[in-house]
Design a protein around this ligand. Structure first.
Ligand code: SF4
Length: 142
């Protein structure tokens, strides 16, 4: 059983209200079993929403309160990102899930690449960093 970024299984929860569905991936994960989560929606952000980026760091820095998350209108959304990551983690723990497949290149779900200062950098998204801190194995679906 996996936690999976909801946009990867066809849920239109991305900032632009689109999804990243992949029929081959969907067939595979349906056999494994999954719970879809969108940490940005669970944190209370709307869909569609203004894209956001971590400032001067990655998800670990946001968890450590060294960095903030700011959207492209200049509004801080750190608290929504943290709340959504915590609520998504709560679901994983409730179901005893120890593995996650997440969407690369997201300030929440990015596994190897995330957005810092509106640029793609090597680093973790906020949700990914929280899962790693909690001992959950995270892999990327590109
Ligand atoms: S990458 Fe994560 S936060 Fe972004 S839309 Fe997909 S599930 Fe939601």
């Amino acid at each position: 059983m996996f936690i999976v970024s909801a946009c990867l299984v066809g849920i239109s929860c991305r900032y632009d209200a689109k999804s990243d569905s992949d029929p081959v991936f969907l067939e595979w994960i349906k056999k494994e079993g999954f719970i879809p989560v969108c940490p940005e929606q669970l944190g209370g952000l709307p869909t569609p929403r203004v894209p956001a980026s971590i400032i001067d760091g990655d998800g670990f820095d946001v968890l450590a309160k060294k960095s903030k998350v700011i959207n492209q209108e200049g509004n801080e959304v750190t608290s929504q990102f943290l709340r959504g990551a915590c609520e998504s983690l709560r679901l994983a723990k409730m179901m005893g899930i120890k593995r996650a497949v997440l969407k690369e290149k997201s300030p929440s779900c990015g596994v190897n690449l995330t957005y810092c200062n509106d640029q793609l950098i090597k680093g973790r998204g906020v949700f990914t960093a929280l899962l790693i801190n909690e001992g959950i194995e995270v892999t990327a679906k590109y």
